[in-house]
Write a protein that binds this ligand. Structure first.
Ligand SMILES: Nc1ncnc2c1ncn2[C@@H]1O[C@H](COP(=O)(O)OP(=O)(O)OP(=O)(O)O)[C@@H](O)[C@H]1O
Ligand SMILES: O=c1ccn([C@@H]2O[C@H](COP(=O)(O)O)[C@@H](O)[C@H]2O)c(=O)[nH]1
Length: 209
């Protein structure tokens, strides 16, 4: 028998934000949190926090995957996401409206997508930011001047691009077949990209607060 997801989609709305490394997922998520009341969960941020958490048994494993641009085993990432969602829902337990979650940079591999939807929550939409590699490369190298991220260097970036094409694009294609994907061109200024996102969300019936 199939497992029951931990959170019912009546009570929780999940929107995944996908796109290549540097497409602007984190940047646009901040806008959506401000205007749409989403709770933002970045899978990468949760993994980086777990990597440095004292006593974590996964620190070295996560460090290795992040540097190599490969995917951390899904059980680790899905548990971090599920527990972060539970903590937010617990904090907001007095609210009666469904909680909105924007899950940025996840799912990056098809088995993660299936495992999350079977055990945590079925997603409503996928916001997919479409951006050419040369634009993403320029943004990441600039971010790398100050980010301190282990993977904002040319070797890791090249590996991340490869993982994105080979492993993460099949996820986008599967959600596309289900009619769940909103694709937005992520070139141009941050403001231009956000305007495109807002008009696409409106067309799908997702309103700002
Ligand atoms: N439209 C844009 N124009 C110029 N710079 C941008 C734009 N969007 C984002 N940036 C910058 O590009 C860098 C990468 O953006 P961001 O961190 O949002 O991308 P991301 O998709 O979340 O990346 P990653 O997957 O590597 O975490 C940041 O320094 C951000 O300020
Ligand atoms: O679901 C996920 C999300 C991320 N990772 C690893 O983290 C890095 C950085 O992710 P960002 O979203 O760019 O912050 C990514 O390259 C993967 O190594 C993951 O394994 N699983």
């Amino acid at each position: 028998m199939a497992p029951t997801p931990r959170f019912s989609s009546d009570k929780v709305t999940v929107v995944f934000v996908l796109g290549g490394p540097g497409a602007g997922k984190g940047t646009q998520s901040e806008n959506l949190v401000r205007d749409y009341g989403f709770n933002h969960l970045s899978a990468g941020d949760l993994l980086r926090a777990e990597q440095v958490r004292e006593g974590s048994e996964y620190g070295e494993l996560i460090r290795h995957h992040i540097r190599e641009g490969t995917i951390v085993p899904m059980e680790v990432t899905v548990a971090l996401l599920s527990n972060a969602m539970a903590a937010i829902l617990e904090e907001n337990s007095s609210k009666t409206t469904p909680a909105r979650f924007l899950i940025d940079g996840f799912p990056r591999q098809i088995d993660q997508a299936h495992f999350f939807e079977e055990t945590v929550c079925v997603s409503k939409l996928v916001l997919f930011l479409v951006c050419p590699e040369e634009v993403m490369l320029g943004r990441l190298l600039k971010r790398g001047e100050t980010s301190g991220r282990d993977d904002d260097n040319i070797e890791s970036i090249r590996k991340r691009f490869r993982t994105f094409e080979q492993t993460s694009m099949p996820v986008v294609r599967e959600f596309e077949e289900k009619g769940k994907v909103i694709s937005v061109q992520a070139t141009g200024s941050k403001e231009e990209v956000y305007e495109r996102i807002q008009s696409e969300l409106k067309a799908k019936g997702v309103d700002a607060l």
